[in-house]
Write a protein that binds this ligand. Structure first.
Ligand code: GLN
Length: 544
């Protein structure tokens, strides 16, 4: 019998209920009761990973140390918990079918008809098993999608079977649902929840705990009604009210409704009592900022808030580190192409250009960077943002008219950004970029070193193009600092403009390693520079 306990989190009624956040919050609470937790998401779509999907479809692609390209919910897991994540932390229907079909081709099922039950469901159960072990107390498995979707059925069937395999006492089913408020009736409505749980029970899953997303307080009478119709005790109907201030309040409200106590009791876990003072202090700091700054994020997907999820979170973390409230504006880079940077970017104390693919909107990003560099506004460039900073510097400081990345202009005379050598013969698109953690070496006289406080760093990458080494000397001669290189020095990982208050651009993705109680050094440094910029503007104004 396994020692590891399993929590399965499903969602009902509608998508976007925040299952990832709720799962992450549960993980965080259990860790803070001294348990060793592992987190995992099973996604019902057929792509092998989200790496080939547009951010419009799927939001950001979250990259792990081991180079896996995963769902953005894994970002919540990393921000809320210490659970180590790996390729075992995110499986898709595509991956599962691929494995089963490969095994069928190898002849592992000779003589058999390969079917959803048991072959696909067995494979799903193996994915869950991969996280169990002697060093793990609880595995939390979030099932993507909404109960009732055709795609989710094999996953639901597999988690139903799982409790038969490992014992009912070792599994806990949590269902997240919506209890909408109908204005016309002036009432909260429990029927969608009843239907959603009804669907689960038809499949053979009786949820143990219902977490009810709602706009307003869920009164006892409604909780009793849900409990009666859904066959759970009233105390197992937990309110999760919308958080208008911060997502980081979610775990605290779940504690207030006794969720962690119920989970540990139901799973028979012996734990220490909950210790979340550090988290509470963080929320207190967020609620009591001493200053505020305006930051502009200039990207291609400004209207889609999930496309740069980890970037927005990391900026907030930088704010928490400096007791600053950050007002972030998303600015469409194509709007800058039409209207110019002056109109759209004045009044910001920091400008950030994030990663991206494809030419659309790049000229607007380059103009935004020029504005930041010339107006001495703190600037952080990330991945494509760094490549655009290199192009901007080449064109406007070094006089290389038409300098570009070969991603956008193959015949440019000044290919200051070009395809990585290792990418020359790569033809397949899935999982083939330079991915995951790579070590880098920082220059001691750089802002980056000032922020990190160490010479060696490890950061996560996701790109095919790089700073063209052949131009390195010319850039240095014009005053650009190569502030970080890969360990063998062949790749430029960070560029800076020393003759500027704070201009740092990195080839990697620092946003994947920032946490609310441990802001990434570059985001903390960027926000600190923005605060200084604001103070200088204030002083200059008061002199006149
Ligand atoms: N498109 C660029 C490249 O592939 C940048 C990638 C990114 O920003 N993640 O190198």
């Amino acid at each position: 019998m396994t020692l590891t306990k399993h929590i399965f989190v499903t969602g009902g009624v509608v998508s976007s209920l925040g299952k990832g956040l709720t799962s992450a919050s549960i993980g965080m609470l259990l860790e803070n009761r001294g348990l060793r937790v592992r987190m995992q998401k099973l996604d019902p779509y057929i792509n092998v990973d989200p790496g080939t999907m547009s951010p419009f479809q799927h939001g950001e692609v979250y990259v792990l140390d081991d180079g896996s390209e995963t769902d953005l919910d894994l970002g919540h897991y990393e921000r809320f918990t210490q659970s180590p994540l790996s390729r075992h932390s995110n499986y898709t229907t595509g991956q599962i079918y691929l494995r089963v079909i490969e095994r069928e081709r190898r002849g592992e099922f000779l003589g058999q008809t390969v079917q959803v039950i048991p072959h696909i469901t067995n494979e799903i159960k193996r994915c869950i098993d991969n996280l169990s072990g002697d060093d793990v107390d609880v595995v939390i498995t979030e099932i993507g999608g909404t109960v009732g979707d055709i795609e989710s059925l094999p996953f639901l069937e597999a988690i139903r079977q799982y409790s038969l395999d490992v014992g009912k006492e070792n599994c806990l089913y949590i269902h997240l649902t919506l209890v909408p408020y109908l204005k016309a009736a002036a009432e909260l409505k429990t029927k969608p929840t009843q239907h959603s749980v009804g669907l689960l029970r038809q499949i053979g899953i009786q949820p143990d705990i219902l977490i009810c997303r709602c706009e307003r307080e869920l009164p006892l009478s409604d909780r009793e009604k849900i409990a009666l119709f859904c066959n759970v005790p009233t105390k197992a109907v937990i309110e999760e009210r919308d958080k208008d201030f911060s997502i980081y309040e979610v775990p605290l409200s779940l504690v207030d409704h006794g969720l962690d106590d119920q989970i540990v009791k139901r799973l028979g876990l012996s734990t220490k009592s909950l210790e979340i003072d550090a988290w509470r202090n963080m929320i207190h700091r967020m609620r009591n900022p001493v200053t505020e700054v305006n930051i502009a994020v200039v990207g291609k997907y400004a209207s889609h808030k999930d496309a740069y999820k980890s970037i927005y979170e990391s900026i907030d973390h930088g704010g928490i580190a400096h007791n600053a409230q950050i007002r972030v504006s998303s600015i469409q880079s194509e709007d800058i192409e039409r209207e110019g940077p002056e109109r759209l970017l004045s009044g910001y104390h920091g400008i950030l250009v994030p990663g991206g693919f494809g030419e659309r909107g790049t000229e607007g990003k380059i103009e935004a960077i020029r504005y930041a560099r010339e107006r001495q506004i703190p600037f952080l460039g990330i991945c494509l943002g760094m490549q655009c900073a290199v192009i901007e510097f080449a064109r406007n400081v070094m006089g290389m008219a038409g300098a570009n990345s070969t991603e956008f202009d193959r015949s440019t005379n000044f290919p200051v950004v070009c395809l990585l050598d290792e990418q020359q013969n790569v033809t397949e698109k899935g999982g083939t970029m330079r991915l995951g953690a790579q070590r880098a070496q920082l220059a001691l006289d750089s802002r980056s070193y000032e922020c990190y406080g160490q010479e060696q760093i490890s950061e996560r990458h996701r790109h095919r193009y790089e700073f063209n080494h052949q131009f390195r000397k010319q850039f240095e001669a014009h005053g650009m600092l190569i502030a970080g290189t890969s360990q063998n020095q062949s790749l430029v990982e960070i560029v800076e403009v020393p003759d500027h208050p704070w201009f740092v651009a990195v080839q990697y993705h620092p946003e994947f390693k920032s946490k609310p109680i441990a802001a990434h050094p570059l985001f903390a440094g960027f926000v600190s520079a923005a605060i200084t910029a604001k103070e200088i503007i204030g002083e200059a104004k008061s002199m006149f």
